[in-house]
Structure formats: C-alpha cells, structure tokens
Design a protein around this ligand. Structure first.
Ligand SMILES: *[C@@H]1O[C@H](CO)[C@@H](O)[C@H](O)[C@H]1NC(C)=O
Ligand SMILES: *[C@@H]1O[C@H](CO)[C@@H](O)[C@H](O)[C@H]1NC(C)=O
Ligand SMILES: *[C@@H]1O[C@H](CO)[C@@H](O)[C@H](O)[C@H]1NC(C)=O
Ligand SMILES: *[C@@H]1O[C@H](CO)[C@@H](O)[C@H](O)[C@H]1NC(C)=O
Length: 213
C-alpha cells in the first residue's frame, strides 16, 4: 500500500515537473541587437531592438553606421496587441501605418509552440564555454511555414529560424540587456500621429518577419 502511494505521488510529481518544463516561457523586457540573415547567405538587416514584453511592443532600427553590409534599412515600431505597426523614415520625417495580419512575435515563444529539446551548445562541463537552450517549434499557418526558436533558461531568445515557401530567415539576438534603455523608442513619433491605417493589398500578409523577406 505504502509503496503504491509513494509511486503514485512520485508519478504526479514527475508529471508536474514535466508539464512546467514544457510550458513556453515569456521573454522579459529587453534591449539588444538583432541580425537577420537569409539562408541563402545574404545579411538582410542588422540593428538595435527594444522590447516591452508586457505591452507587446517592439522597435527595430537598422544601424546604418555599422560595418555590416545589409540589404535592408528598416525602422519598425510594432504593436502586437493592437495589431498595427509603423514603418518609420526618420530622415524624411514620414511614416506608414499598417495593420498586422500575423501577430507572430519574433522575441516571444508562441503559446502553442511545441517543446523540441534542451541543447547544450559548446561545453556543458567547462564554465563559461557553453550555453544551454530550449528549442521550441511550431507552424505559421498564415505564411505556410514553420519556425524553430532557441531560448536560454531565462527565456532570452538566442536565434530563430523561419522556414516559409518563399524564404528562410535566421534571426539572431546579441548583446541583450534586461531593461528598456530608451522608453521613447516605443512611443509613436510625433510625425506619425493621426495617420490612417493603410489598406493591405489583397494577398499580402503583414508581419514583423515579412518585413525582412
Ligand atoms: C517593462 O517595460 C514597461 C515599459 O517601460 C514597464 O511598464 C514594465 O513595468 C516593465 N516590466 C518589467 C517586468 O520591468
Ligand atoms: C551601431 O553600430 C556602431 C558600429 O558597429 C556601434 O558603435 C553603435 O553603438 C551602434 N548603434 C546602435 C544604436 O546599436
Ligand atoms: C556592400 O554591398 C555593396 C552592394 O552589394 C557592395 O558594392 C560593397 O562592396 C559592399 N561593402 C562591403 C564592405 O562589403
Ligand atoms: C521621402 O518621402 C517621399 C514620399 O514618401 C519619397 O518619395 C522620397 O523618396 C523620400 N525621400 C527619402 C530621402 O527617403
């Protein structure tokens, strides 16, 4: 009897830890650098990002003074909750306001993602020479594709692959800090205020990821 109870309790405990382990975590507030590379080897963009995890807001701004040669210069302010975003042209003080058809966030694990594995990159025994990540995968119905996202144990996204019919992209994050250094970057610039939402052409899907395709 005792053994049976012990076994039952043990099984419950195991199931619980398992369930917790397989629950997608949510990224914290962050500032860092993001690079986007196409899997054909072209560097699409490199720049700074600011992310508000509660407000689900993201700013990505290409770094034009960086030595990295990129094919895109972008300045995007995303409001995932509201389902809108701005394409900003600071030099020209102009802006386009668009609606998001896919609210897939590049820095947060979708709630329906599936846990694939825990991986120890580099060395697991030499201090400072390894990085343990959890890999999550899922599909993107709107874009007919799938993704594979690696996050640290503290839920910082390290790299994400997006595979779609037309393109495959690798998003990588570096120099991440756990704070919003400049909250103003998450405010709509004055020259963008009061704009109407532009119509989305038939067949177009607007998402953060699509901006880099
Ligand atoms: C994240 O940043 C937002 C906006 O600055 C702030 O309201 C929120 O409290 C921050 N969250 C944490 C956990 O620091
Ligand atoms: C842009 O890149 C330059 C050179 O790599 C670097 O010094 C600067 O800090 C970067 N700026 C931002 C906003 O990341
Ligand atoms: C950057 O790309 C342009 C156009 O592809 C090329 O002409 C230029 O040489 C590249 N610069 C560097 C530093 O790679
Ligand atoms: C400024 O905006 C106008 C209209 O949107 C555009 O035609 C022009 O190319 C832009 N100029 C620059 C330097 O981006």
């Amino acid at each position: 009897m005792y053994a049976a109870v012990t076994l039952f309790v043990f099984m419950c405990l195991t199931a619980t830890t398992h369930a917790e382990h397989h629950q997608p975590c949510h990224a914290p507030n962050m500032t860092g650098h993001m690079s986007v590379m196409s899997l054909k080897g072209e560097m699409r963009a490199f720049g700074a990002f600011t992310y508000d995890s509660m407000g689900k807001k993201l700013r990505f701004k290409s770094n034009e003074s960086s030595s990295i040669n990129t094919s895109l210069g972008l300045d995007l302010l995303m409001f995932f909750e509201e389902g809108i975003f701005y394409e900003i042209d600071s030099k020209n003080q102009s802006c386009e306001k668009k609606s998001l058809q896919s609210t897939l966030e590049p820095l947060d694990i979708p709630d329906d993602a599936k846990f694939l594995a825990s991986i120890h990159a580099g060395s697991s025994s030499i201090e400072g020479e390894g990085l343990k990540v959890n890999v999550w995968t899922g599909s993107m119905a709107d874009m007919k594709g799938h993704y594979s996202m690696s996050v640290t144990m503290g839920c910082l996204p390290v790299s994400t692959f997006y595979f779609t019919e037309s393109t495959s992209l690798l998003f990588s994050n570096t120099d991440v800090e756990l704070e919003i250094k400049d909250p103003d970057l998450l405010l709509v610039p004055s020259f963008c205020l009061g704009l109407p939402v532009e119509e989305t052409p038939e067949g177009t899907v607007h998402s953060f990821i699509n901006e880099f395709m």
